[in-house]
Design a protein around this ligand. Structure first.
Ligand SMILES: [Zn+2]
Length: 118
């Protein structure tokens, strides 16, 4: 059973919306290295030059790196899902090749695996 085109369109819209949100949030703390692949590098903001400033810079930077890593991972999952839609391979579990339950996709449109393989 192939997935309904209309359903895929809706999920695609959801994915594009999430992608935009993630890109907006990423642009606040990082700059894109390869936007198409969702590859970003965390900005290092200069606060000042004395020791306290430097410590604050490093602290802020490491905090931003961890946020950036999380957002980047989510963005890359979404880009993957959009690619699978283009290839007509969307909604197939990457482990067992069975169809992923639609309800699961509605909650998480970038899911790569079915519930049993999760
Ligand atoms: Zn599976």
């Amino acid at each position: 059973m192939a997935m309904d085109k209309k359903v895929i369109e809706d999920l695609k819209k959801q994915l594009l919306h999430e992608k935009e949100d993630l890109e907006n949030n990423l642009s606040k703390i990082a700059r894109p290295i390869n936007q198409k692949e969702g590859d970003y590098e965390t900005n290092f903001d200069e606060i000042g030059s004395d020791r306290e400033d430097n410590a604050a810079e490093v602290e802020q930077y490491s905090e931003n790196i961890s946020i950036e890593t999380t957002l980047e991972k989510r963005l890359q999952n979404i880009i993957d899902a959009l690619e699978r839609i283009e290839k007509g391979a969307y909604g197939i579990c990457e482990k067992c090749s069975k169809e992923i339950d639609l309800e699961r996709l509605k909650v998480n449109p970038s899911a790569k695996t079915c519930i049993s393989c999760n």
